[in-house]
Design a protein around this ligand. Structure first.
Ligand SMILES: O=C(O)CCC(=O)C(=O)O
Ligand SMILES: [Fe+2]
Length: 348
């Protein structure tokens, strides 16, 4: 598979990479980030934890941890989500970690811990599966969350520089590690064989091979680990031809001992915040058994959101100003933006 996307190595000097990064963000909305410093063995262990959870936990057990719509933490069952609202439910399962302290790595905290407010008595987080609490697993999970958040901050500082924003910390000031925000780490599992096809006889092959319907992401950034031989992510890069989909290949890193480059993309919040400059590209997951593959797809995505109270005022950049033609955007906080999008997806 040839690679249609840019690879940006964030371990290189800033002036060598900012233009490249901005061009990819504006034109494709998707790119690879290499030089992230996350070891290969760590990501392998992470995938092992994910496979262990999805394949070795009985269904009724998983359902005890069902996703809590108030926190967006927990397990989401097959058929519970349809990212493309016009289509059948996606055949996939997922587990979301949230309420994360990106300094200590504590995750799935209680609301009072997370908001650092002892007066919150409503403990609305659901229990965390024991598997994720075992010290060796929770250390891997925590450490990965802390590292991914650091990488996200590096990327957003580079974006600020590439947009000529005078304050290079414009975005990272709103990505402090200990302040409440909507960021989640999501483990995903798309089984090879569909077992949900009762009553779906009338659906065509094309529809049935779609595992995550066409959608854009809600937040600022999404950062994805995928595994070799388990591809399936596709992008709608050509706005003029929505029927044209580009495959995202697995590529190797140029840093020995490190995990493969992260596939990153920009979400609706950042597109809104930059008045359309950074592209929030439509994507989906599509594959079927026997078509170049013989295994399930496991992927891990880190969704990055700015602090909830961030007011999404137009970004102070001459590039953004020029592109927006003096048009303004409605005033909204990051929390309001997220709630609006979640409501649309889950029909709450
Ligand atoms: O599994 C993937 O590669 C993509 C997942 C995705 O796009 C999402 O969960 O928003
Ligand atoms: Fe997505």
């Amino acid at each position: 598979m040839s690679n249609p996307l840019a690879v940006v190595d964030i371990s290189k000097p800033e002036q060598e990479i900012t233009q490249h990064l901005l061009d990819a963000a504006r034109n494709q909305g998707f790119l690879y980030i290499d030089g992230h410093g996350i070891p290969k063995t760590q990501v392998e262990k992470l995938f092992k934890i994910s496979e262990d959870f999805f394949t070795n936990t009985p269904e009724e057990e998983k359902l005890k941890y069902s996703i809590n719509p108030k926190t967006n933490i927990g397990y989401s069952h097959f058929k519970s989500e349809n990212l493309d609202l016009r289509k059948i439910k996606d055949f996939k399962e997922a587990y979301n970690f949230g309420y994360i302290d990106f300094e200590s790595g504590n995750f799935n905290q209680s609301k009072s811990q997370y908001y650092k407010d002892k007066n919150i008595f409503e403990e609305i987080t659901n229990p965390t599966p024991q598997l994720f609490q075992n010290p060796s697993n929770s250390n891997i999970l925590s450490d990965t969350m802390v590292r991914l958040h650091r990488v996200a901050r590096v990327i957003m500082r580079l974006i600020a520089a590439s947009l000529n924003i005078e304050n290079k910390n414009f975005f990272t000031e709103k990505l402090r590690p200990k302040e409440p925000n909507g960021s989640t780490l999501r483990l995903l599992h798309y089984p090879l064989i569909r077992t949900d096809l009762d009553g779906a006889d009338s659906l065509d092959e094309e529809t049935l091979s779609i595992r995550a319907g066409a959608h854009t992401d809600y937040g600022a950034l999404a950062m994805l680990f995928q595994k070799q031989g388990q591809q399936g992510l596709q992008l709608q890069l050509n706005g003029n031809n929505p029927a044209e989909w580009t495959n995202v290949p697995y590529i190797e890193t140029s840093h020995e001992g490190m995990a493969a480059p992260l596939v990153i993309n920009f979400g609706d919040l950042l597109n809104f915040w930059t008045q359309g400059i950074l592209k929030s590209t439509v994507h989906r997951v599509k594959f079927k058994a026997g078509e170049n593959r013989n295994s399930d797809r496991y992927s891990i995505v880190f969704f990055v959101h700015p602090e909830f109270d961030t007011l999404l005022e137009p970004v102070p950049s001459d590039i953004v100003k020029k592109a927006s033609n003096g048009k303004s955007i409605p005033q909204m906080t990051a929390l309001e933006h997220l709630q609006k999008r979640l409501k649309e997806t889950y029909n709450w």
